[in-house]
Design a protein around this ligand. Sequence first.
Ligand SMILES: [Zn+2]
Length: 332
Amino acid sequence: MLIRLFQQDSTYSVRAWRGLHFPVVFVNFSGSSPAKRPKYLANCRWPNGFKCPRCGNQRAYVMTRLWQCAGCRHQVSLTSGTILHNTRVSLVLWFWAAYLMTTDKRGISALLLQRQLELRRYETAWMMLHKLRRAMVNVAREPLYGEVEIDEAWIGGPQAGLRGSRQLKGRRAALVLVAVEKRGKASGRLRIAVIPDFKTTTLSAFIQQHIAPGSTIYTDALKSFTGLDNIGYRHIARAQPKTTELRKGAKSVVPLADRAIGNLQQWLIGTYHGVSRAQLQVYLDEFVFRHNRRNQPMAAFQTLLGLGTQQQSTAYSRIRGALDLAPTSAHG
Ligand SMILES: [Zn+2]
């Protein structure tokens, strides 16, 4: 049996986003004639109406996929800057692929996508998934803030299940560092990175890259987590109970980070049956993307297709204002 990612997440739902309802627009798109599809793309790109990127004019002449500004005559392609641009794969297939990838919580393998879309070539399915994953990696990021738990783990090797055994090193295993926002008992946003070692400089660099100064950081008592108070963080380090004690029900000092690591390991095994070290970061990015967008499938869908770019500042201000956290606290 495959273990589902985020199986504890009972509040997962398809909700309206930016006034567009996910399944409705999708079904409309899929069933509509090719001539009407540009209208859907236009609604995605300019949810508040057309705005010329050059002069700001709000009137345009519509020429199928090309829109021309009525002010300065600047032409804007509906698909430029998206993965739909200059592709030989039909738009409908792209939409289906992004839809399947964002609605299946585990993700989808190239073989399954090929079967679902009845693609003649496996390579086409593989290429599409590859491109969609790249869109996940390129998401603009704001640092985590507030209360943040950090923990380290071995991933991808045969000893993946033996967290806490820092001496065990396998050639195929990778070290990762996990940071997760603590919102009461629930998890906020997540970051995971492959790291070369557990040195203080490595850990500090990760923290400065991913966590806003002034945040409170919770860690176990690993010696490398030192000096964080000197670089602008409040640091609370506590000794982690031994693995045997944790199995008997002792409380982890970083429970949310532990849960994220457990989910990550189950997901990697269940969906991809193990991942090579070289590719690991891409899959970590996919895992993080899925986690951070788990309550916004519509946003995830549009981000994958590169359609949501005009609205990113709004989306992230929602995150900063913690508006996106309300639904997640319900299942804490
Ligand atoms: Zn213009």
